[in-house]
Write a protein that binds this ligand. Structure first.
Ligand SMILES: C[S@@+](CC[C@H](N)C(=O)[O-])C[C@H]1O[C@@H](n2cnc3c(N)ncnc32)[C@H](O)[C@@H]1O
Length: 240
C-alpha cells in the first residue's frame, strides 16, 4: 500500500514536471512567472536573489530590486509552492538583512536546516572588516531524504571574473550543491538567474533546468551562455 502511494505520487510529480518547458531561461519578473508553474513541478531550487544592499559594482553595474524587499516574501512563497514535497532549496543571501531573509523563508513554510559559508581568496570590500565570504541557507520543504554522502558546509570559492554579471557566482561552488540536493533527473530552478550560473552548473551535471531573469541584459547573457554550452556539448557528442 505504502509503495503504491509513493509510486502514485512520483508519477504525479513526473506529470507535473512534464508540463514545464525545461532547459530555458525566461525573461521577466519571477513574481509574475512563478505562479504560472504547476505546484510540485521543481525538484531543487538554487538561487541568488538580490541582497537588499543597493549594490553598485566598480564599473557602475546595478541589480534590480536590490533597493527594496517587497518581492522577498512573495517570491519565497512561490518557490515553496512549486517545489516537490520533501525537497530542498539553497538560497544565497546578504548578511546585513539575514533577519528579513530568515523571516521570508519561514513564512513561506521552509525549515532552515543548514547554513553554508563560501570563504573567498580575496576581499570583496573593506569597512569594519575585510569582507571575504559569501553565505547561503539550506532550506527544506517537508522532510527531504538526506544526502547519502553529505557535503561540508564550507565550500571553496574562486573569483568568477564577474564579466557577465556584477555578482556572477563561480560554477565550482554551485555544482556540489546541485549534486547533493537534486535528483539525477530533477528539474533545477533559479528564479533570480542573473547570467545563468546555476543553469550552466545544472547543465554540466545533466540536470534539466529553468531560469527566470528580469533584466534583459543579464537575461541575454544567460541565454548566450546556454546556447554556447548546448553547442559545445553537441560538438563533443559528435566527436565521440
Ligand atoms: C544576485 S543576482 C544573480 C547573479 C547570478 N547568480 C549569476 O551568477 O549571474 C540577482 C538577479 O536577480 C534579478 N532579479 C531581481 N528581481 C527579480 C525578479 N523579480 N524576477 C526575476 N529576476 C529578478 C536581478 O536582475 C539579478 O540579475
Amino acid at each position: 500500500m505504502v509503495t503504491e502511494s509513493i509510486e502514485l505520487s512520483e508519477s504525479v510529480v513526473r506529470a507535473k514536471r512534464e508540463q514545464v518547458q525545461a532547459n530555458d531561461i525566461l525573461c521577466g519578473d519571477c513574481l509574475e512567472l512563478l505562479p504560472k508553474l504547476p505546484p510540485s513541478s521543481v525538484n531543487f531550487a538554487l538561487t541568488d536573489p538580490p541582497y537588499l544592499v543597493r549594490y553598485k559594482s566598480r564599473d557602475g553595474r546595478t541589480i534590480q530590486n536590490d533597493d527594496n524587499d517587497s518581492w522577498l516574501i512573495p517570491a519565497f512563497r512561490e518557490i515553496h509552492r512549486v517545489l516537490e514535497r520533501n525537497s530542498y532549496c539553497v538560497s544565497f543571501y546578504g548578511w546585513p538583512h539575514a533577519d528579513k531573509f530568515m523571516h521570508a523563508f519561514r513564512r513561506a513554510g521552509f525549515n532552515i536546516v543548514g547554513h553554508l559559508v563560501f570563504p573567498k581568496p580575496y576581499t570583496s570590500s573593506t569597512s569594519h572588516l575585510k569582507y571575504q565570504h559569501e553565505c547561503a541557507f539550506l532550506l527544506a520543504k517537508g522532510y527531504p531524504q538526506k544526502p547519502q554522502a553529505p557535503i561540508g558546509d564550507v565550500i571553496p570559492w574562486a573569483y568568477s571574473g564577474n564579466k557577465l554579471h556584477p555578482t556572477q557566482k563561480p560554477l565550482a561552488a554551485l555544482k556540489p550543491l546541485i549534486q547533493a540536493f537534486s535528483a539525477r533527473s530533477g528539474l533545477v530552478l533559479d528564479p533570480f538567474a542573473g547570467s545563468g550560473s546555476t543553469l550552466i552548473a545544472a547543465m554540466r551535471l545533466g540536470r534539466p533546468f529553468l531560469g527566470i531573469e528580469i533584466d534583459p541584459t543579464y537575461h541575454a547573457a544567460a541565454a548566450g551562455r546556454i546556447t554556447s554550452e548546448k553547442s559545445a556539448s553537441q560538438t563533443l557528442k559528435a566527436a565521440a
